[in-house]
Design a protein around this ligand. Structure first.
Ligand code: GDP
Ligand code: MG
Length: 179
């Protein structure tokens, strides 16, 4: 049949230092380099998944410094995104609370945005001895907000990173089929 190219705009959100950039770079290059700086950028990455050409646009965001902002996620970001990855660190409970507020903000946003596919990611799974968020807490949040859920290590496991993007793509496909 005809092979049309599928576009997917994917927004990464989460507190500072949780590994948003590490996750992005791992997906783009398969590599983990360690330090990423504070750069906000949109990257394009084309991939063939299940015989289909997919063009990902990945927005690696920065957590806003002005924390008096009650708007956790901007309208501009939600307008743009076909799917969202919410990242926290399993070693940093405050980052999990940021994820909780962000997912609640999204699910209570205006109707056009509230149903956006979301995958919640607990990163830094390799740092078990520093764990501050249980798998159960993460899984329960995802279950109660209708999101996908993975614990991964961007540092040590490329496969987990791939699963996150593939799951989100699947959720985006389902959402599009319903429209
Ligand atoms: P961002 O601020 O959310 O973009 O976070 P970064 O991607 O810049 O990562 C913050 C720090 O955490 C960096 O020093 C990374 O090397 C480190 N980091 C990211 N992912 C992992 C991981 O899975 N395991 C470990 N041990 N460190 C990680
Ligand atoms: Mg970053």
């Amino acid at each position: 049949g005809s092979q049309q190219k599928v576009e997917a705009n994917i927004l990464l959100l989460g507190a500072e230092n949780v590994g948003k950039s590490a996750l992005t770079v791992r997906f783009l290059t398969r590599r983990f380099i360690g330090e990423y700086g504070d750069i906000e950028s949109i990257y394009n990455h084309s991939d063939k998944i299940d015989g289909r050409e997919i063009s990902f646009n990945i927005w690696d965001s920065l957590y806003p410094q002005d924390c008096d902002s009650v708007e956790m996620v901007s309208d501009k970001q939600l307008q743009w995104a076909d799917g969202v990855i919410l990242v926290y660190s399993i070693c940093d409970h405050a980052s999990f609370e940021v994820t909780r507020r962000q997912v609640q903000f999204i699910r209570h946003a205006k109707k056009a945005f509230a149903g956006v596919p979301v995958v919640i990611v607990g990163n830094k799974r390799d740092l078990q001895h520093q764990r501050a968020v249980s798998s159960e807490e993460g899984r329960l949040l995802a279950l109660s907000t209708d999101c996908g859920f993975f614990e991964i290590s961007a540092a040590e496991n490329y496969h987990g990173v791939l699963l996150v993007f593939h799951e989100l793509l699947e959720l985006i496909r389902e959402a599009r089929a319903l429209k």
